[in-house]
Design a protein around this ligand. Structure first.
Ligand code: AQP
Length: 331
């Protein structure tokens, strides 16, 4: 089997949380040696679909770049770039909108959730978000898209867009597969374990940030909402403990069943501090490395510029073909 072409995008925020880390970033690092190439994009164009501040956007972009590098992405082994540096993404968005159904966009749960939260403006950009995301992936003819479970619907849609394009204009685009981790695809808020840990929608105390100090991590796990009973076992009736078991399993690189065995007979009082310590061990080195990398903005910029050049070379080829198929340019 040939090596996959891996692509994924991530929003520019300095508040990357444990859900982003486990559901996405961890998979990126794993994917960079399998992918040929492995391409990771900081999606600043997506970030403007909700209210934002331009000065902040630029700062948060560097924060995210430094977090990804600190987590283990290596510009020698992957392509890491800023979405807005490669204008092919926006052109392809418009072209693909011709084969995107309005009804499909209307069904996107992320649009429904996020539009309900906007206080001033529900932008057309928020509605178009999935088309831009489809362009991100399809421009590189990616075969594999590592994401968390919340992005499943968007990947399904981009698959549909690629299929519809190929049917209408001839075989051009690759229909990508998503890669969703078996454990940790949906890390839940520690205070409200019925909803996912989230940058904008979660509770402060229930959201563990990649850059949190050990003290803050201990406090958040210490006050994590658990369930009635004492047993450390997974189950639909135990969303809080199930979440903690999954987090512990991923942080320690073991199976959730092994965690259940290890804590058989122990109570929540023993289990919660153990989870905190495993997460501190997982994230501590990332926070330390981040502190070294973040101040050198020129170095971060050089990495992004190098990545953009490589990305552009690939995306431009796809765009040329798409344009030709769609009837643009000289005959
Ligand atoms: N709770 C989660 N568990 C597992 N994976 C998750 N992801 C997000 N939340 C969880 C995955 O992280 C990747 C990056 O997501 P993004 O670029 O959308 O970043 P974000 O805006 O910081 O993510 P949030 O937290 O989902 O923000 P809100 O809720 O504000 O929109 C994606 O692969 C995603 O699946």
């Amino acid at each position: 089997m040939s090596a996959p072409i891996v692509f994924s995008g991530i929003q520019p925020t300095g508040r990357k949380h444990l859900g982003n880390f486990i559901g996405a970033i961890r998979q990126y690092v794993e994917g960079q040696d399998r992918g040929e190439p492995a391409i990771f994009c900081i999606v600043d164009l997506h970030a403007i679909s909700v209210a934002y501040d331009p000065v902040e956007l630029r700062e948060r972009l560097y924060d995210t770049t430094a977090i990804l590098l600190a987590a283990g992405l290596d510009p020698e082994r992957c392509i890491l770039f800023r979405q807005s540096d490669v204008r092919e993404h926006t052109e392809l968005t418009w072209l693909l909108s011709a084969v995107t159904s309005h009804g499909d966009l209307n069904r996107m749960t992320q649009f429904k959730d996020k539009s309900a939260k906007q206080r001033e403006l529900v932008s057309a950009a928020l509605f178009f978000y999935p088309v831009l995301m489809a362009s991100d992936v399809l421009a590189y003819r990616a075969t594999e898209v590592p994401v968390g479970d919340d992005q499943r619907q968007h990947v399904e849609l981009m698959r549909e867009i690629a299929r519809r394009f190929n049917e209408r204009f001839g075989e051009t685009l690759i229909v990508p597969e998503y890669r969703i981790p078996e454990v940790g695809a949906r890390i839940m808020d520690l205070q409200e374990p019925e909803r996912k840990m989230s940058t904008t929608g979660g509770t402060e105390a229930g959201t563990v940030l990649v850059l949190d100090e050990p003290g803050a991590i201990r406090k958040k796990f210490g006050s994590a909402v658990t369930d009635s009973g004492r047993e450390v076992r997974r189950g639909d009736d135990k969303p809080g403990i199930t979440n903690l078991i999954d987090i512990h399993a991923v942080a320690r690189g073991i199976d959730p069943a092994e965690v259940e065995r290890e804590f058989e007979g122990a109570g929540y009082g023993d289990f919660k501090p153990a989870v905190a310590e495993s997460v501190i061990e997982l994230l501590g080195p990332v926070r330390e490395r981040y502190a070294e990398l973040r101040p050198d903005q020129a170095a971060l910029e050089a990495i992004l510029a190098g990545g953009a050049e490589k990305a552009r070379a690939i995306a431009a080829g796809t765009l040329a073909e798409v344009r030709g198929r769609m009837g643009f340019g000289p005959a």
